[in-house]
Design a protein around this ligand. Structure first.
Ligand code: PEP
Ligand code: MG
Length: 579
């Protein structure tokens, strides 16, 4: 029967496909039967995964402290007992040895069997304990997944599917898209998570915070998702399919309309030129940025080179990636950001600390790279070598003190000197800038600006840190507000401080590519925007229909408005600047 579920749209576009559920307990299940010769090794893998799960639980228990420690410890003990339960484990090994199932498939079968037993119970409390089965089995699946080869995980993905899960790591998305997954529905998550950013970059429709998705969608259900509205239709009816086809036609028409703007300038109606840069993550983004007339690359997030692998990419490998990026942009400026691992961008190489209580406030971005100067030096050398092929700027993430910039600049100078004396052709001068995404940096920018050649505002983080709202926490999505008066004040102040000091200031957070905020950002004085290349033409269309001066005249009213409602009213007025 047709069923409509809702969540939050995180990556636009519609997709129609078969649902593939990846409950935390399921992960990517490999259904291929085992050969006899593989049975022992597979059983061994399962032993190891169970041991990993047991060790993790033990480690977790040892870290407990505070008011709830005793209650939580009881849960953990119950889970540890389940892992030792012969009923659970002997059944699993039998499925591998006799049934010739792979470990992931055996875990899934065992989970489904046990859950069916719990679901048949009359007592609602006992029935709800099936969650414990999911947690325990999910932990073992995670252990297995960490061991399994990328190849195996890729095999498990199938063409024409919509992935339905609780979360998805940024590193999982690329192989999923490459293997034909059409869209993603997550029961948690937010629009500004790195997975959502990457999904937009991959043009993969995504819906987050669809709380009912895992309980209301079954494997192989036909689902239609709308990544703009955040709507999921399970078993779509004729009217939904008609809407899907209408959307496809509309997309083609919009494409034609925007295509006319490919070669147009970006300029307000009263003549101010505006620079639209691209946030580029992949070679496809670079190609799109070029064809759509981006002014350059305003943000290249290098961590995506590091995410899908266990070892850290070598200087030569990084150099080739950066050089190709620079060459691909054909002489336009390219801003390469040093590694911003940490928080939700965890790597597989073990560089990121995994035991921080507050990783978003922890060893992330420049804090991490300054603790590993060797890794930063390798990256800076690779970027410097690429600077011999076209204009390059270096951008440092998560800066909160002048001293951090001084340390990076010192290292950059040393690397440049070494490279020159080794005979490398590198740029005479290379600009070094900071992401302004920690409120401290925005507030104290006046004192820091001399140490910076340019500034890039990262609103994704600036909003989360200013408002103390985790950008990935869907329970707080209504508080994650780009229009909060404090955010607007910091934006206005940062733009003005940089412009007074004659430093270029770009905004490269998700706000830059959202045409709802274009007039507002012009009003605050911004002239350089950096966004996903797929959004360039829309923003160009918006800019080219606005007068800048009347917008600038509204800046004071915007900054004086004390409430969200008043700000919204001023933003509504801004639209009157349309020609
Ligand atoms: C930002 O914080 O706005 C930003 C552009 O960086 P990231 O999203 O990679 O943290
Ligand atoms: Mg950031």
């Amino acid at each position: 029967m047709r069923l409509v579920l809702t969540g939050t749209g995180a990556s636009r576009g519609m997709a129609l496909g078969r649902a593939r559920l990846e409950h935390p307990s399921r992960y990517l299940v490999d259904e291929r039967p085992l050969e006899e010769s593989e049975v022992d090794a597979e059983a061994e893998r399962l032993y190891r995964a169970i041991a990993i799960a047991r060790d993790e639980l033990q480690a977790l228990r040892e870290k407990l402290h505070g008011a709830l420690a005793r209650e939580v410890a009881e849960f953990i003990d119950a889970h540890s007992l389940m892992l030792a339960d012969r009923e659970l484990t002997s059944g699993l090994f039998e499925l591998i040895r006799v049934g010739r199932y792979r470990a992931s498939a055996a875990l899934k079968m065992q989970r489904d069997r046990l859950v069916a037993v719990f679901e048949a119970m009359d007592d609602p409390y006992l029935r709800s304990r099936k969650e414990d089965i999911d947690h325990v089995i999910g932990r073992v699946q995670a252990g297995l997944a960490r061991e399994s080869s990328v190849e195996e995980r890729k095999l498990a993905a199938r063409v024409g599917e919509i992935l339905v899960s609780d979360t998805v790591a940024p590193s999982e998305l690329v192989p999923l898209a490459e293997h034909g997954v059409l869209g993603v529905v997550l029961s948690s998550g937010s629009q500004v998570s790195h997975s959502a950013i990457l999904a937009r970059s991959l043009h993969l429709p995504m819906i987050v915070a669809a709380h009912q998705a895992l309980s209301h969608i079954q494997d192989d259900d036909l689902v239609l998702i709308d990544g703009e509205r955040g709507e999921i239709v399970v078993h779509p009816a004729a009217q939904d399919l008609a809407r899907f086809r209408a959307w496809q036609r509309e997309l083609a028409q919009k494409g034609k309309r925007l295509a006319l703007l490919r070669d147009a300038d970006t300029r307000t109606l009263d003549g101010t030129p505006i620079s639209l840069y691209a946030n580029a993550e992949s070679p496809a983004d670079v190609a799109q940025a070029r064809t759509l007339g981006a002014a350059g690359v305003g943000l290249y997030r290098t961590e995506f080179l590091f995410l899908q692998r266990k070892e850290i990419p070598s200087e030569d490998e990084q150099f080739l990636a950066y050089r190709d990026l620079v060459l691909g942009m054909g002489g336009l400026p390219v801003t390469i950001r040093t590694l911003d691992l940490g928080a939700d961008k965890a790597d597989a190489s073990g560089l990121v600390m995994d035991d921080e209580e507050n990783p978003a406030l922890g060893v992330r971005g420049v804090r991490l790279t300054l603790r590993h100067p060797q890794i930063l030096a390798v990256q800076l050398r690779a970027i410097l070598r690429a600077s011999g092929y076209g204009p390059v700027r270096i951008l440092v993430p998560m800066v909160s003190t002048v001293e951090e910039m001084t340390s990076v600049r010192r290292l950059l100078k040393e690397c440049a000197r070494d490279l020159r004396s080794a005979g490398h052709e590198i740029a005479e001068h290379i600009e070094l800038g900071a992401m302004i995404e920690v409120p401290a940096a925005a507030i104290a920018l006046g004192g820091m600006i001399k140490s910076l050649d340019f500034v890039a505002i990262g609103t994704n983080d600036l909003i989360q840190y200013t408002l103390a709202v985790d950008r990935n926490n869907d329970h707080l999505a209504n508080l994650y507000d780009p229009l909060h008066p404090a955010v607007l004040k910091l934006l206005a102040q940062t733009i003005a401080t940089a412009q007074r000091a004659k430093r270029r200031v770009t905004l490269c957070g998700e706000m830059a590519g959202d045409r709802r905020y274009t007039a507002l950002l012009l009003a605050l004085g911004l002239t350089d925007f950096s966004m996903h290349p797929g959004l360039l033409l829309e923003v160009r269309e918006t800019v080219n229909a606005l007068h800048r001066e009347p917008l600038r005249a509204q800046a004071t009213a915007l900054l004086r408005a004390p409430t969200r409602a008043r700000i919204e009213r001023v933003v509504e007025n801004l639209k009157k600047a349309v020609g």
